[in-house]
Design a protein around this ligand. Structure first.
Ligand code: FAD
Length: 553
């Protein structure tokens, strides 16, 4: 393999690396570290001004980890990191996660190979040289045999297209692009569109300060108590002393967490027993609610109904005004949208300064310079908060829109749905790898751990190519179709695809509706390693500098 140098192209010098990585979030940072350990020259590009991705952008009030959080929302590759970093809370707030990632960047001296404030505008594969070239908005022109896209499954902000929205003259912020300077809500009339995770985390915080908050709700949500609390010294010591066994458990657990899987069906229990379990989990709170649930909540309509009824009863009990409570009652299969953790969300609707507009019966007609107009009338506002989420999972890859063999664009290839193999590679796009791409466990898995595990596989694949003097790898089209069918079959055995969600692409107008997460959990990692052990089944290789000289595997 080559090391970093420069060649001249028609637009000036072309920087040469072994690997280029797009994205310096949790995934890209680990990719850089891992590839460096392999002795490769690496360049990372990120449009943001520093490391952190999600945790750099999402600074809205209330933003925090909501998975079974710290210390398990962290890297596992270095035991020193767990020994030396003091997580304070079970669900760390954004600034704490960012501080941790900054520590990682310092400790492993990552920033020297990352180019910030640099947006990759074009990425193209050249079949003759078996190399990718990228061009950035800062005029960088660089080339490498391998391109790793760590562009983020929740990175491309979903901006609503509502008549007049650009005329609104007040402050307007998207939760996923929150300003770095403090935002004051004091004395302001604030409208929030969206009640997904970001809306539900931020609304109680905004309501504490604002003069008035108008929640513009498109979909009522099931939300569960966050149960955030300080990590006890005993828990911290336990994680440190028994880190190896924690990591082993995380790697074998379905979702990548250090817990046992719950094997019991809801239908084995009586309604009273179910109620008792739900109540116990509700009182304890945290994402562990979902991990300790019955095994068939997402597959049996009857089991699902029992939990949905439980949550709806809780909402009715918490929210004093029955008309508002009714509007807040969700009517889809529970947990078939990304489960949401809340801290005082439903109670917020008992405040005098909060009102709820159900957009299904009272839709937004337009914005003016000073208000939002819904069918029932005008709501004067000073600030608009767009908690409208992301063009998730495939959105950032489509925005990058790399060009593969023959100049084919990814947008063209994915116009009806994503086509890829293992959620990692794409036919017609040799030597391109995705982390947390569509068709991988991605957002259904502990994401830092998932990034490490996918990246380790990519590293091993690059080593294989080097040792075998191979110049390019790409999946066969048939492998992609079989993988897509497997992803669908797993999803169709559940209730997930029956609900509109960002997992299905339904939150973005015009996006093909397709459930795009591999629901096999940790089995996935076994699968991809087995395929590698069996000579990279489903892939085709080219010898170095001999394009067209393909060898199927
Ligand atoms: C509020 C919030 C809470 C979350 N909580 C959890 C949780 O509790 N547990 C969990 O597992 N996950 C959680 N997630 C998911 C989170 O996104 C992942 O855990 C993880 O941070 C993703 O890291 P990443 O590096 O893959 O992507 P990102 O952090 O999204 O980073 C991608 C980077 O790529 C850059 N980029 C993209 N395209 C280009 C381009 N063309 N040119 C240059 N740069 C580009 C972006 O600027 C960005 O910095 C949460 C997400 C959000 C939004």
């Amino acid at each position: 393999m080559t090391s970093m140098n420069q060649q001249s192209g028609k637009n000036g010098p072309i920087e040469q690396y072994d690997v280029m990585v797009i994205g310096a979030g949790v995934s890209g940072m680990y990719a850089l570290h891992h590839l460096r350990q392999m002795g490769l020259s690496v360049r990372v590009y990120d449009g943001a001004s520093d490391i952190g991705g999600t945790w750099w952008y999402n600074r809205y009030p209330g933003a925090r980890v909501d998975g079974p959080g710290s210390p398990f929302y962290s890297y596992t590759f270095s035991e020193e990191l767990i020994q030396e970093w003091d997580w304070e809370e079970t669900q760390s707030e954004q600034s704490a996660v960012l501080a941790y990632l900054e520590h990682v960047a310092d400790r492993f001296d990552l920033r020297r190979d990352i180019q910030f404030d640099t947006w990759v505008q074009d990425a193209r594969y050249d079949e003759a040289t078996q190399r990718w070239t990228v061009e950035t908005d800062t005029g960088v022109h660089a080339s490498a045999p391998f391109l790793i896209c760590a562009v983020g499954a929740l990175s491309t902000a979903n901006m609503p297209d509502i008549p007049g929205i650009h005329d609104f003259a007040g402050e307007c912020y998207h939760t996923g692009r929150w300003p770095h300077e403090p935002v004051s809500f004091e004395g302001k009339r604030v409208a929030v569109i969206g009640t997904g995770s970001s809306g539900i985390q931020s609304i109680p915080e905004i309501a504490r300060e604002a003069e008035h908050v108008t929640v513009l709700q498109r979909t009522p949500q099931y939300a569960f108590p966050a149960g955030n609390r300080p990590i006890t010294p005993e828990e911290r010591a336990d994680a440190r002393t028994n880190w190896d066994s924690f990591v082993a458990k995380m790697r074998s657990n379905f979702g990548g967490f250090p817990y046992d899987n719950q094997p019991r069906s809801a239908l084995e229990d009586t309604p009273e027993q179910r109620e008792a379990l739900y109540e116990e989990l509700w009182q304890r709170g945290s994402f562990k609610f979902f991990l300790d649930l019955y095994s068939d909540i997402a597959t049996s309509e009857e089991a699902n109904q029992s939990l949905a009824d439980f949550v709806r009863a809780k909402i009715r009990k918490i929210v004093h005004d029955p008309v508002t409570a009714k509007k807040l009652l969700p009517d889809y299969f529970v947990i078939t949208k990304r489960p949401i953790l809340e801290d005082g969300y439903f109670e917020t609707f008992n405040r005098d300064n909060v009102s709820l507009v159900d957009l299904r019966e009272d839709p937004i007609e337009r914005f003016t310079r000073t208000s939002v107009v819904t069918r029932s009338g005008e709501h004067p506002i000073d600030m608009l908060v767009l908690a409208t989420g992301f063009d998730a999972i495939s959105g950032s890859m489509l925005r990058l829109n790399p060009k593969g063999r023959g100049g084919m664009s990814l947008a063209e290839k994915w116009k009806d749905r994503f086509h890829n193999y293992l959620g990692l590679t794409v036919a017609g796009f040799p030597n391109l790898f995705m982390i947390h791409g569509p068709g991988s466990p991605g957002v259904f898995y502990n994401m830092p751990l998932g990034a490490e595990r996918q990246m380790d596989w990519i590293g091993r694949c690059l080593r294989h190519l080097d040792e075998q003097e191979l110049g390019a790898i790409e999946p066969l089209a048939d492998s992609e179709e079989a993988w897509g069918a497997e992803v669908s079959a797993l999803a169709n055995a559940t209730l997930f695809p029956r609900t509109d969600s960002w997992w299905t692409g339904a939150n973005v107008p015009g996006k093909p509706r397709y459930f795009s997460v591999y629901l096999g959990g940790s089995i996935y990692y076994q699968r991809i390693y087995d395929m590698a052990d069996n000579g990279y089944q489903g892939f085709v290789f080219e010898k170095e500098n001999q394009p067209g000289n393909a060898e199927a595997s």
